[in-house]
Design a protein around this ligand. Sequence first.
Ligand code: SF4
Length: 548
Amino acid sequence: MATTKTTKPIQTDILCVGAGVASLSTALALLRKLKAGGCEKLPRVMVIDKGRNVGSHVLSGAVIDMSGFDGLLTADEIKKIPVEARVNGKRESFHMLFGESKSMKIPWMPPMMQAHGYPVGSLTKLTQYLAGLCEKEGARVYTGFAAVELLEDDKGRVVGARTGEKGIDHEGKPKSNHLPSEAVYAKAVVLGEGACGILTEKLIKRKELEGDREQAYAIGVKEVVEVPADEKRVGEIAHTFGYPADMQTYGGGFIYHVSATQVMICYAYALDYADPASDPHALFRKFKAHPTVAEHIKGGKSVAYGAKVIPEGGCYSVPKVVADGALIVGDGAGLVDTLRIKGIHLAAMSGRAAADTLADCWKNDDFSLKALQPYAERLRATEGWKQLRRVRNVRAPFSTHLTFGVACAGAAWATFGAFPFWQVPMEADYKALKVLPGGRMPEPEALEATPTSPDRLTDVFMSGTIHDEDQPCHLKILDRKKCAECIKRFGAPCQRFCPAEVYRLEEGRIHVDFSNCLHCKTCQIKDPYQNIEWTFPQGGDGPRYTRM
Ligand code: SF4
C-alpha cells in the first residue's frame, strides 16, 4: 500500500476492528455494563469495518444459538432480532450422502445438531441490528474504512490502527478523490476481523501467540435460492455430510428454508484436501445436483452468492487471545464449534468476556497487559468454551478417513470430549496438497449451467463484489519463480480453489483479476508455497452481501 500524507491522528478509547458479532457485542456490552454500574464518564468506543455497509462482508448459515446474547440483549431486543423463521424440529434432518445419487437419512437427529425453535436468519441483518444498538448506546460505527496496519509504540504495545488510503491509482499515485490514511489511537484495540483476519494473523505471528495446534479451515460456499412458495417448509432445515467430498476430506452442507420462497444453501469443504484439482465452487454445484439436496431447490433460481473460510481447528488451535494493548475475539480467535457448525453465540460470548475486562480496565484506568489478561480467563469460563472443549478433537481425525472421523466424533461427544485422549495433531492446510503427476491439471468437469447451478462468474456477479480497478492489486504474488514452480508441480491450484475465478492461468503465467475477490481468504491459507499475500483493497470495496 502506497503511503502519502496522513491527517491529524484520531483519539478514541476503545477501537474495535471489524463490525462482526464479536466486535459489536464487545462495544455494546462494555457501554451497557459501565452505564449500569453508574459510570459517569463513558469511554469513546469506535468500530471500523472495511465493508461498504455493516454486514457487507459477513457470511454465515445462520441458525442462531441465542445463548450468546443472554444478558447482553433485553427480552424486547431479542424479540426484535431480524429473524426470518424458526427451526421446525419436526422438519430437521441429517443425511449422509454417498456418491452422486445415494444417501442415508440418519433416523434420529444427533442431539448436538438439534435446533428446534432456534431463529434462522441472515448474519448481515443481525450485525446491522447489533450495530444500531451500539450506536444508540453511544458507540461510533464507521464502514468503508479498512484498518490496514496495527500501530505499536516503541515497546511493541499495540496503541491503535492505521486506516488505508482511498483513491490511489494502480501505480499508487493519489487521484482527485484521494483520501489519506488516518491513524486512530486507542487505549485498547479489539480485533474482531473474522476468520483469518490479516492484522490478527500478523499479530499472532509477531507476538508468538499461536495455539497448541495449527488452525484448520474450511471454505464455505453459499447461495440464497428463491423457490416456488411452500409455506409447509418454512423452518425446515437439513444438514448433510460426505459427498461430493472424498473420503479423506471433511465436507458437508446445510439447507435452510428461511421463508416460503427462500432457501439458504451452503457446502463447506475442508482446506486440508490433497487434490490440487479440487474446486470448491464445482463441488458446491455437484452438491446441489444430488437428489437429496436438489429437491429442496427444485424450480428455483439462485439470487445471491458468497464465500468465506471457517476456522475448524477447535480449542487447541485457539491462539493466546491477549497481547499488550489488544484482544482477539470471535472467529479471528477460531471460536467455532466444528460439530454444530456454530460460531455466532461464541462470538457474542467472547465479546462479553472482552467487555467485562475492558470495563474493569476503564474503571481502574489501567489498560496494561496485566489488566487485559483476565479476558483469557473469562473466555475460558464461558459456557461456549466448555462446548469447544467437548469437540476439541473432532476435526482432526477426519483427515485420516471419513468413517474414522465419524466414529471419533461420536465417541468424543459421548465422552464429553475425553476421547481421543490425546491431542490429535494437525498440519497447516497448505501442506496437504499432493503433487500432480506430470504437473498436469485435469480439464475442469463440464457442469451444465441452470438457474440453481450458475457458473462461477454468474455467482460472482450475484455477490455484488466491486473493486475500483484503478488501484494497486490487493493480491500480491510475492515471487514469480515460486509461482512457476507451483504451476509445474501442482498445476496452479489457485485457479481452482478460488471461488471467484480471480486467478487465471494463461500462457504459463497466473493473471489476477482482483476485482472479483470475495475476501474469503482461501488463497491466503491454501497456496502451497504461501506465495500470495492478501493485502487490503481500498475501504468499501469487496462483496456487498445483503442477506448472507
Ligand atoms: Fe478468496 Fe483469494 Fe479468491 Fe479473493 S482471491 S475470492 S480471497 S481465494
